[in-house]
Design a protein around this ligand. Structure first.
Ligand code: GUN
Length: 346
C-alpha cells in the first residue's frame, strides 16, 4: 500500500507493518496482528493509547481509515479463499436474500455481492417481492439451508412488516448464519466461545486492534443497545479474552441508551466511545473526553449527504483518533461478513 503522506504513513504504520506479517494458512485474523502492547507504560504511550486522563496537550484526531483496512483484510481473505480452493476444492458461497425494494438495502446488497467477487467467493442472490409472505420466505430459506453448495446465508434487514424478523433469523441454519444473529450463535458469543462473530462489532474490534488500540482495563462506552451492534459489542469487549488476545477484551463496558440519565456525563468517561445509536451527529464534541478514541458506527443520510452518529468536525478537535463516515466501520462490516463466509466454508 502506498503511503499518501507523512500523516498517512504515521497512522498507517501498524497497518502497513501487517502486510509483511506472517500470514500462515488460517482464517483466524489473529495471525496478522501487530505485537500486543505489553506494559502499563506502553498502554498509555503508544500512538493511540495516550493517557486520556491527561488534558494538557492539544489534540487533532487521527483518521482511522476503515476503507484502507478493509482492502488489506480483503486481500488476506482472498489469499485464504484461493488456498481453500486449491487444497480442498472448496469455493465459499454466500447467499443473500432481499425482500422488497428498499433503496438503502439494495445498495448494501450490491456492496456485499461486489465484495464476494473481489475475494473470489461465489454469491447467490435471491430477490423476493415486497408482498412475500413469511411462509414463502421461510420456504426459500429452507432450500438454502439444505443446499450444500451454499455456505453462508444473509437475509437483509429490515424486512417488510408482514414478516416477523425474529422468526426468519431463527430459521437460518446456525452453521450458515454468517450474520451471527441466530440465538445459537448469540448464546455462544455470550459464553465467550463464539463460532461466528457479528460483523459490525467484529469490524470495530479489528479497527482497534490493527491500530494497537487496546481495550483491556479501559472504559468503553457504547451508545446504542441494538442486537446487531451495541449488545454483542458490549459482550465481546467485556469478556476475559478474545480471538485477538486479552488486550482486545477486558474492558469496563457501559452500554448507554435512550433512557440513560446524564448521557454526556457517561460518554465523557469513555477512553473509547462507540456511537451506534442511529441519530445523525448526535454525539457532540462536548460529550467526548479529551484524547478519547471515537468509533462511529452510524450511517445516516441527511440532505448534505452521509453522516455518522458523531459530529465529525467537533469530535476531531477533542478525540485522538476517529473513524470517518463513510469509509470507517461500514467497509469493515462487509469484510467481516466475508471472513465469516470463509469460516463457514472451511
Ligand atoms: N441491515 C442493516 N445492517 C445489517 C446487517 O448487518 N445484516 C443484515 N442482515 N441486515 C442488515
Amino acid at each position: 500500500m502506498e503511503p499518501r503522506s507523512l500523516l498517512a504513513r504515521e497512522w498507517l504504520g501498524p497497518v502497513v507493518a501487517l502486510e509483511a506479517a506472517d500470514r500462515r494458512a488460517t482464517n483466524d485474523l489473529r495471525a496478522t496482528l501487530p505485537p500486543a502492547i505489553e506494559s502499563e507504560q506502553d498502554r498509555y504511550h503508544g500512538p493511540f493509547n495516550r493517557d486520556s486522563r491527561r488534558e494538557d496537550f492539544a489534540v487533532t484526531a487521527i483518521k482511522l481509515d476503515g476503507k484502507a483496512l478493509a482492502i488489506q483484510i480483503q486481500a488476506e481473505i482472498a489469499d485464504q479463499v484461493s488456498r481453500l480452493k486449491e487444497t480442498r476444492g472448496i469455493q465459499p458461497c454466500l447467499a443473500t436474500v432481499l425482500v422488497g425494494e428498499d433503496p438503502a438495502s439494495q445498495v448494501y446488497i450490491r456492496n456485499k455481492l461486489a465484495a464476494c467477487e473481489r475475494v473470489g467467493m461465489i454469491s447467490r442472490h435471491v430477490t423476493l417481492p415486497n408482498t412475500t409472505t413469511q411462509a414463502e420466505l421461510l420456504g426459500a430459506l429452507s432450500e438454502l439451508n439444505a443446499d450444500d453448495s451454499v455456505h453462508g446465508i444473509l437475509v437483509q434487514l429490515p424486512l417488510p412488516e408482514q414478516i416477523d424478523s425474529m422468526v426468519v433469523l431463527d430459521a437460518i441454519a446456525p452453521h450458515k448464519d454468517v450474520d451471527a444473529f441466530h440465538p445459537h450463535n448469540v448464546g455462544l458469543l455470550s459464553q465467550g466461545r463464539p463460532h461466528f462473530l457479528p460483523c459490525t462489532p467484529h469490524g470495530v474490534v479489528q479497527v482497534l486492534a490493527r491500530h494497537q488500540i487496546t481495550t483491556a482495563g479501559k472504559e468503553v462506552v457504547i451508545v446504542g443497545r441494538s442486537d446487531i451492534v451495541g449488545k454483542p459489542l458490549a459482550l465481546m469487549l467485556a469478556q476475559k479474552d478474545s480471538h485477538l488476545g486479552p488486550e482486545y477484551a477486558n474492558a469496563t463496558v457501559t452500554l448507554a441508551h435512550s433512557r440513560t440519565a446524564n448521557l454526556a456525563d457517561v460518554t465523557r468517561r469513555a477512553d473509547i466511545l462507540v456511537a451506534a445509536i442511529g441519530k445523525p451527529e448526535f454525539i457532540r464534541g462536548a460529550m467526548i473526553k479529551p484524547s478519547a478514541v471515537v468509533i462511529d458506527v452510524g450511517i445516516n443520510r441527511i440532505e448534505r449527504g452521509l453522516v455518522g452518529d458523531v459530529h465529525y468536525a467537533e469530535a476531531c478537535e477533542v478525540a485522538s483518533a476517529i473513524t470517518p463516515v463513510p469509509g470507517g466501520i461500514g467497509p469493515l462490516t462487509v469484510t467481516m461478513l466475508l471472513h465469516n463466509t470463509l469460516t463457514a466454508a472451511s
